[in-house]
Write a protein that binds this ligand. Structure first.
Ligand SMILES: Cc1ncc(COP(=O)(O)O)c(C=O)c1O
Length: 313
């Protein structure tokens, strides 16, 4: 057994499926459960682990010694990648959008403690992160390094996320009508669409875009999952609340109340924004009575410290 498989067996098991009780759900006769991927691992939690798993196994199988990826100054992905690299004994390098002073923030200071080398670049340079000549140059500069895209959304992310659906069908005694996820770079939504096609083709999959003007994400899902037309899936682009990491007073109030009522910790950038959208859809009678809904908790709770530091929450 490889080192990573051993780490997996010892540290990461199925995440719980938690039934939520709430007066709105009772009033509309709906069932809601939260797939608690935030509990997968204390540091490599949520969709980060799901997306990284096969990337890490690939790196191990190819004797890679360094992992490199991209992210903003508070990136959950950079945080999780640095933790994974630390535990699994890879070197790690983060190309970070923004100025050097961010190194002191809670996300990056922790990534640095886990041994990640941080290279700060301006916004213009950061935008080159998907261009082949920029990536080729990085590869030349850092040999034996596996370059993972921003957010960890690549083809190797898909099988890891598919496992959410495989687990869910063993955990839910009833047919799952809808599954919801927050959507940023669309790897998670793609993996859920792919997983539903394999294991639960009557489940409708919904991505709540957490950024503005996110229609461009739909073709990404079709690229990752060429058979996606065969499934009923939706990208909802109207719930961004002003844009990425924008936290309106209503969204903030919703998240605080939701945690008080359900005891499920959430943050407002991803899972909180998705649940707030779900609540609005319920209020608009989007669902037929009796529907069984699952919301994926994609983790990201490390981001709360950064939000508090910036006084956004
Ligand atoms: C906590 C959290 N939830 C959801 C997402 C969105 O996932 P994706 O980028 O795969 O759409 C991200 C970004 O990766 C995230 O950090």
């Amino acid at each position: 057994m490889g080192f990573i498989e051993k780490f997996l067996n010892e540290n990461i098991s199925h995440s719980p499926l938690q039934k939520i009780t709430h007066p709105l759900l009772t009033a509309r006769n709906l069932t809601l459960s939260i797939k608690r991927d935030d509990l997968l691992h204390p540091e490599i939690s949520g969709n980060k682990w799901r997306k990284l798993k096969y990337n890490l196994l690939h790196a191990e199988a190819n004797n890679i010694d360094q992992l490199l990826s991209f992210g903003g100054a508070y990136s959950n992905h950079i945080h999780a990648l640095s933790a994974a690299a630390y535990h699994l004994k890879f070197k790690a390098r983060g190309i970070i959008r923004g100025e050097e002073h961010y190194i002191k923030n809670p996300t990056l200071s922790q990534a640095k403690k886990w041994g990640m080398q941080l290279n700060f670049v301006d916004r213009k340079t950061y935008r080159l992160k998907t261009q082949s000549d920029f990536l080729e140059n990085l590869q030349l500069q850092f040999p034996n390094t596996f370059i993972i895209p921003e957010g960890g959304s690549n083809y190797l992310a898909i099988p890891g996320v598919e496992e959410v659906i495989a687990e869910l069908i063993t955990q839910s005694s009833e047919k799952i009508d809808h599954i919801f996820t927050a959507t940023g770079s669309a790897g998670t939504l793609s993996g859920l669409v792919s997983g539903a096609l394999k294991y639960s083709p009557t489940t409708q999959v919904h991505g709540i875009a957490v950024l503005k003007d996110a229609q461009y994400l739909a073709p990404i899902v079709s690229d990752f999952v060429p058979q996606s037309k065969q499934l009923n899936w939706h990208l909802h682009t109207q719930f961004h609340e002003g844009g990425y990491a924008k936290v309106s007073a209503d969204l903030s109030d919703f998240c605080i109340q939701f945690t008080q009522q359900t005891k499920v910790p959430i943050e407002p950038i991803y899972t909180g924004k998705m649940l707030y959208a779900l609540w609005q859809l319920i209020e608009q009678d989007y669902f037929v009575t009796g529907a069984n809904i699952v919301a994926l908790h994609t983790g990201g709770l490390q981001g709360l410290a950064g939000l508090k530091e910036q006084k956004k929450y």
